[in-house]
Design a protein around this ligand. Structure first.
Ligand code: PMP
Length: 374
């Protein structure tokens, strides 16, 4: 018997290999671009600069060692969902969990988007909303933000009415701009969808809500076309675990469970999510210190000549310099990696810095000053 690799390459018995043809509607799709460069100061992907406390790992590994590794995980993730429900003050039946909030968003689009349906996004915003929409065959309708990146609520509501999208995305705080959407805008869009003859759904992406003054979770109720997506990747310092969830009406959670792959959420992941909720005090301390640092970095950026810093309710700050690309390259040369949006549509010359540890933020500010002076 030949090993599988013997069949895979040129020179095997099958002659020249002609690859499969990508779906026509994905022909110009670009992958996710966020370079993972090895540098001293990595402030480009909005992760927490602090790992979870050592006690978390002790408790988690103890739980994992007791798990029935020969059995599939609980498909309904009951323990995790009830712990999360308790933590959030919502019934467990309104919680759906998946491998990162990206998988939550994908499952939502597989269920409520798809061929012949559309999703409305307000750009610039989180690039994966439009990307996952396209992968799931969902048409993308683009609404524009104002030049200062705020959203005009009247024009947003008008688009919901005129375009009749099946799904509407709103990100608050928005990525990459950092801006917090007013509660009234979320309410106005939900009300408009609910009043429309054609059904639809508003997905509020709250990946960074813990750093911001308000959350739409308390607006979720059975019969209301609203889902709020959250993640363990930022506040919970658990990007490596890939765990996200949403709070949604019970009927939506039931439909998501039907669509998502069975046993998609591993036992170690489910346990990590449950155990993490025993450490909410530690996480609160991290949030407070990141917010203090965010305000310090924001003030320092605003004081720099030639820098326009945008207000942020998240754990990152978007800023603009003349010649953003050169600034990004200069920072990288100095060993500081930030996210480069300088050549993105609507984000000319903009860079986004994740708030790190105080010494990392100092290194960033010092490097930026030097780059701008040179
Ligand atoms: N939503 C937004 C707005 C994000 O910025 C991110 C992470 N960059 C995600 C969702 C995805 O987070 P994860 O899949 O790690 O939970």
């Amino acid at each position: 018997m030949r090993s599988p690799s013997a069949c895979a390459g040129p020179g095997n018995d099958f002659g020249a290999v002609t690859g499969p043809k990508r779906r026509e509607d994905l022909s110009d799709l670009e992958g996710y671009h966020s370079p993972q460069v090895d540098v001293a100061v990595r402030l480009n992907t909005n992760e927490s600069p602090y790992p979870p406390p050592p006690e978390f790992f002790e408790a988690w590994t103890a739980e994992v060692s007791r798990a029935d590794a020969h059995r599939y995980p609980d498909r309904a993730a009951r323990q995790l969902r009830s712990a999360l429900g308790e933590f959030l003050g919502v019934p467990a039946q309104r919680v759906f969990c998946a491998n990162g909030s990206n998988e939550v968003l994908q499952t939502l689009l597989l269920t409520y988007g798809g061929p012949g349906r559309t999703a409305l996004v307000f750009e610039p915003s989180y690039v994966l909303h439009a990307h996952i929409a396209r992968i799931t065959g969902t048409g993308v309708v683009t609404g524009e933000r104002r030049p200062d990146f705020t959203l005009d609520p009247d024009s947003a509501v008008r688009m919901v009415e005129d375009q009749e999208p099946d799904v509407v995305f709103l990100t608050t705080p928005n990525n990459p701009t950092g801006m917090v959407e007013p509660r009234e805008t979320v309410e106005a869009i939900v009300e408009r969808i609910a009043a429309r003859a054609k059904p639809g759904l508003l997905i509020v992406d709250e990946a960074y809500a813990e750093f911001s003054p308000w959350s739409a979770i308390d607006m979720v109720a059975d019969g209301v076309p609203l889902v709020v997506a959250r993640t363990y990747s930022k506040v919970w310092s658990m990007a490596a675990f890939r765990l996200g969830f949403c709070v949604a009406p019970e009927s939506i959670v039931e439909e998501l469970e039907m669509v998502v792959l069975p046993y998609h959420l591993s036992v170690p992941t489910q346990l990590a999510g449950t155990v993490a909720l025993r450490f909410t005090g530690d996480m609160d301390v991290r949030v407070t210190s990141i917010m203090t640092e965010r305000d310090r970095v924001g003030a320092a950026l605003a004081a720099l000549d030639g820098v326009e810093a945008f207000p942020s309710g998240a754990n990152f700050i978007l800023f603009r310099t003349a010649g953003g690309q050169t600034t990004w390259e200069g920072l990288l040369e100095a060993g500081v990696l930030v996210r480069n949006f300088a050549r993105w549509p609507r984000l000319d010359d903009c860079l986004r810095v994740t708030i790190g540890r105080p010494e990392e933020n100092d290194a960033f500010l010092a490097a930026l000053k030097e780059v701008l002076a040179s």
